[in-house]
Design a protein. Sequence first.
Length: 329
Amino acid sequence: MRKVLIIIDKFGWSYDAIVKGLTKGHTDGALSFDIVSLADNLDYIERHHTQYDLVFAVGWTLVMSKKRKHRYRQELTFLDRRKLITGIHSHRSWDEYASLPEACPPPPLELIEELSTLRHINVISRRLFDIFREAGLTNITLTENGVDTDLFVPTHPITTDRHRPLIVGFCGSTHIDKHDHLKGYSQFIAPLRELPNVEIKVLGGKGEGQVKREEMPQLYNQIDLYICASTSEGFSQSVLEASACGRGVISTRVGGCEDLITEGHNGFFIGRDLPGIKRLVTQLEADRLLVQQLGGNNRKRVLERYAWAIQGPVWLEFIQSNLPEPVGA
């Protein structure tokens, strides 16, 4: 039996959702996984990591950090880097919020050097993969993000009745901080309330607004359309979840959205341009049949490419291919 220790940040957060998805269909009796939270189980990790054939820290910031006044440095230094794999999930973990849909700075050389010391790294979107490969990181594999299409399902049909408002959904914090600039809520989403017959619905957030994952499908099914106005994304979990619930997406050209969306078929691309976004939403409010079709097409798109039944085996292959040869083999 080969054993893999999977480290996430916190249970209930996005890394946890990813791990639940990729292990859901796991049937290899010769391979077992133990999932631990860094927030709750640091002592366990330090005491027991040597009992595992491989350690998978789902995101690189769990095993590496950069503070304002020092270089990138290793965390959890007791882990054997030769048996450690990790993932790259976002831009903002390294770009100091400089990435934009149309332009992304290269990752710092010192980060590339540190990541190169690890056994292997997976990257969750094609854009991030290309950025790091072009920067010289060679020990990387593309494993696109996935979604649980059994949990996130359409349960409430999108109506074509214009007697009710077009409901546009957004998942995230509405606080005015650096994350607000990243997500574009106050600049590009909240002002859509000014449009006739359009309603903006915020689907959870941080702190008191945080919603359990199991409750999110019900919220996605209350909207007609999902909007992502971010400066950058790796591969937005909320975009995939809304898509799996049969909702079309309008999004900036970020991360996995570039691969998910076929213009006019299951969504539309937008710029960070409020008048342009308002024009598109106004057109969609007037064409509810199109909104309904976007949602249906998006559910099909997710089932064909992003369901964990499709992506899970890709992630499992990434893990299995990095298992060291057994001692004495």
